[in-house]
Write a protein that binds this ligand. Structure first.
Ligand SMILES: NC(=O)c1ccc[n+]([C@@H]2O[C@H](COP(=O)([O-])OP(=O)(O)OC[C@H]3O[C@@H](n4cnc5c(N)ncnc54)[C@H](OP(=O)(O)O)[C@@H]3O)[C@@H](O)[C@H]2O)c1
Length: 251
């Protein structure tokens, strides 16, 4: 039986992952324990922790408790994250810092603290839920893209550092997923309408992530059309910028 820690556990993607992990011990971390208890009454082998993942001291304290009670975390899923789509000039410094704190720095903290234990045990798997926005730029996602590009760079590096200790690192880079994510990112629904053709269902994404828990695949990029866009972006950045500003500017 595996012990799997998931942050952002109340989210749409996390809910679908949990459905596919009935036999595992799940450590579910979120901002609202009551909500998590309500969502996951059906899962027997779970522990719920209410935690603000932005503070290293609190994260350390909760992880100490987790290691005392469960001994080891086999799989860490850094899933918490959010976006606000807007022109860059409209962001305050506090908004920029907060998005980095949740999307990037908290991921780094969990990877550092849990990764150290995995390295010592010479086993484990870290799965960072990042985004296509961390591979391809698009208008109005400057801050979100920056947090996710950083998370991919970080993940690619720790993968190299941990590989010889038997610890795998997977980055998951989905395009738009039909979850509550867009309530905050895109409240008027304009972007979601524009990218309708690429929208993924959360159960489909969750299935691929859960499969990767066995295969320990390096990277999951989806859907195929956006994964191909990323390849095009890498080969033809100038042309890609032109298309992103004109034909494919959905925000
Ligand atoms: N939906 C998409 O289109 C999409 C596309 C690509 C990548 N992603 C990434 O996939 C992951 C899961 O997203 P989702 O689609 O499941 O979205 P979601 O339903 O909004 O869930 C995201 C979860 O992250 C946590 N979170 C959000 N804002 C936070 C904040 N300010 N501080 C701390 N935690 C916060 C929340 O969990 P708690 O309330 O339990 O703390 C929330 O339930 C995120 O990392 C997101 O960036 C999403």
């Amino acid at each position: 039986m595996r012990t799997i820690l998931i942050t952002g556990a109340s989210g749409g993607l996390a809910q679908e992952m949990v459905k596919l992990l009935p036999d595992d011990v799940l450590i579910l971390i979120g901002r609202d324990a009551k909500k998590l208890h309500m969502l996951y009454t059906h899962h027997d082998k779970k522990a719920i922790f209410e935690l603000d993942i932005r503070g290293e001291a609190q994260v350390k304290q909760v992880l100490t408790q987790i290691y005392q009670e469960y001994g080891f975390v086999d799989i860490l899923v850094n899933n918490a994250g959010y976006a606000i789509y807007d022109d860059f000039e409209n962001f305050s410094a506090a908004q920029v810092e907060d998005m980095f704190a949740v999307n990037t720095f908290a991921t780094m903290t969990f990877c550092r603290l849990v990764g150290k234990e995995m390295k010592a045990a010479r086993k484990g798997h870290i799965i960072n839920i990042v985004s296509m926005s961390g591979l391809v730029a698009s208008a109005k996602s400057s801050v979100y893209s920056a947090t996710k590009f950083a998370a991919i760079g970080f993940s690619n590096t720790i993968r190299l550092e941990l590989a010889s200790y038997g610890v795998a690192v997977t980055t998951v880079n989905p395009g738009p997923i039909a979850t509550g994510f867009f309530d905050q990112a895109d409240p008027d629904g304009t972007y979601l309408k524009g990218v309708k053709a690429f929208v993924l269902q959360p159960d489909v994404v969750a299935k691929r992530i859960v499969k990767a828990m066995k295969t320990k695949k390096r990277e999951l990029n989806m859907p195929f059309a956006l994964a191909a866009t990323h390849k095009f972006y890498t080969l033809f950045p100038g042309m890609s910028d032109y298309l992103a500003r004109t034909l494919f500017n959905f925000k």
